[in-house]
Design a protein. Structure first.
Length: 507
């Protein structure tokens, strides 16, 4: 409600500027992310910064806590884009300039800054954009800067040196965006009230795919339980475990445990080391168990057909669009084509040319098209399908996770044989929920086998309706078998690239 220019004097109430920049890169995905990806996604200023997330983002939690404390919140700018390849040269400098220009008029007029960040924004200009941004904001404003991050933040020493006020999501699937923003703002308010936050961290030399990082299940639920105990200790202000976006070929890539205390550096370091050791000791359990496609399909084929039990949900994690992959992998589709199907099977593939050809052929037309492998050709080869175009749509729908309107362009459903339904979209679609399937009339609850291109994050929506979730062994830019990817720039040794690595947090 308060704008920078007209803010009334608040008689000592703290004034806090709010800004944000959200992007998760995947450096194995082909191509580059341009400015248009941000401009066509989240790109707002002023009051819209507070409303664009519909009350479900970290900004909402931060603002609620600030206002409860009687602080005045001054929204400036927010930008974000869907996960994708490395950000092209020149784009981050432009985004940085925009964010700093939004804050600059508030120099000397605010007591603190809150930033909503993701933490895995690798750019051609700087592999650690958030580290650079935190430094720049702190230097420009000369006041405490707090930041909330995704659990997959690629945490760097530069971030930790720029500010001790760092809070990361505690959940995967991510359902605590709001409370994470609240925690970051609570840190900021504590410092403004006289606390002396000190941050200690311990990097953990491991990277893993997200299927095994589920915070609702062991082994990670055990580490998260310990985090909650630590946060409840006297003098501890907050703690986070950053399990890092693993599909980044950049220096410093590793998990990190962070603990923030009120003035007690040794306590913070001891607890960070303890969390790091706990995570390290569970490294083998965190590696995602993968099921070969044919054996997953055999399991489904041998199961009794009973709609009441829900579908078998196959997670194609190596082609996870929400992790920056391209959504054009067809390994599971090829599995459908070579196996007998006993009930409705459905899969989504991004292929602009095939979608256009289906639209041109028209509803009810018989088509033979090659689908897939058009975006990440280094990982995927096309598959040929012959079937009937049974649905055509404009590809617009409301995603629930993240909550946002989505437009994947021309979308066709081709039915192959009796059971197989192939959803072909012009652009890749994030598949953490099943809104796209609903949009094209393929309710997954009525299917026998459903594919979702997601590495574990899909379980928040799919697990409640699934008979069984099976993470299948596929290849792609977000391959869960990390060691199969061509890493060259990460710091070594690093588990599981160096599987026999011995390490101790206390050494
Ligand atoms: Zn994440």
């Amino acid at each position: 409600m308060t704008s920078a220019a007209t803010a009334p004097s608040t008689g000592g109430a703290p004034r806090i500027a709010v800004a944000g920049l959200m992007f998760e890169a995947n450096t194995f995905a082909p191509g580059l992310t341009g400015l248009a990806a941000f401009e066509s996604s989240t790109f707002v200023e002023g009051a819209a910064v507070l409303t664009i997330g519909d009350g479900l983002d970290s900004v909402a939690g931060a603002v609620a806590v600030a206002r409860e404390a009687g602080a005045v919140v001054i929204p400036t700018t927010l930008a974000g884009a869907m996960s994708g390849p490395t950000v092209a040269a020149g784009v981050y400098p432009a985004l940085r300039e925009r964010l700093l220009a939004g804050l600059a008029p508030l120099r000397g007029q605010v007591d603190g800054v809150y930033l909503q960040l993701h933490g895995a924004m690798v750019t051609e200009d700087d592999p650690d954009a958030e580290g650079d941004l935190l430094e720049a904001v702190a230097e420009l404003m000369g006041v405490p800067v707090a930041a909330s991050f995704d659990l997959h933040c690629h945490f760097t020493a530069r971030m930790g040196s720029a500010t001790p006020l760092i809070a990361g999501y505690h959940t995967l699937p991510h359902v605590d965006m709001v409370s994470t923003g609240a925690r970051a703002m609570t840190l900021l308010l504590a410092q403004l009230r006289g606390a002396a936050p000190v941050l200690a961290w311990r990097k953990i030399p491991m990277i893993t795919s997200s299927e095994g990082q589920d915070t609702n299940h062991p082994p990670i639920s055990e580490v998260m339980a310990r985090i909650r105990e630590i946060i409840a200790e006297p003098d501890v202000l907050d703690a986070s475990l950053f399990m890092t976006q693993p599909w980044l070929d950049v220096p410093e890539l590793a998990w990190a445990a962070l603990v923030i205390t009120d003035g007690r550096k040794e306590l913070a370091q001891a607890r960070a080391d303890e969390l790091a050791q706990m995570a390290w000791d569970r490294r083998e359990q965190v590696l995602a168990p993968k099921v070969p496609i044919d054996s997953a399909l055999r399991t489904a084929a041998q199961a009794e057909r009973d709609a009441g039990l829900g579908p078998f949900v196959l997670g194609d994690g190596a082609d996870s669009v929400s992790a920056g992959a391209t959504g054009d992998g067809v390994e599971v589709l090829a599995g459908f084509l070579r196996n007998e199907l006993t009930g409705r099977a459905q899969v989504i593939v991004a292929d602009a040319d095939a979608a256009r050809r289906c639209a041109e052929a028209g509803l009810g037309a018989e088509v033979t098209v090659r689908v897939g492998g058009s975006l990440a050709a280094a990982f995927h080869s096309p598959a040929e399908i012959t079937g009937t175009v049974v649905t055509l749509t404009d590809g617009r729908f409301q995603s629930l996770y993240p909550p946002a309107p989505v437009d994947v362009g021309t979308t066709a459903v081709v039915r192959v044989g009796e059971h197989l339904h192939v959803v072909i979209t012009e652009r890749p679609s994030s598949q953490l929920d099943y809104q796209l399937y609903l949009r094209v009339g393929l309710d997954p609850r009525e299917a026998h086998v459903v594919v979702t291109k997601s590495a574990g994050g899909y379980r928040a929506f799919f697990e409640p309706i699934a008979r069984e979730c099976l993470d299948v062994d596929t290849r792609g830019p977000s391959d869960s078998r990390i060691e199969r990817l061509p890493f060259t720039k990460v710091d070594r040794p690093l588990y599981p690239l160096d599987p026999d690595l011995s390490w101790s947090a206390r050494a």
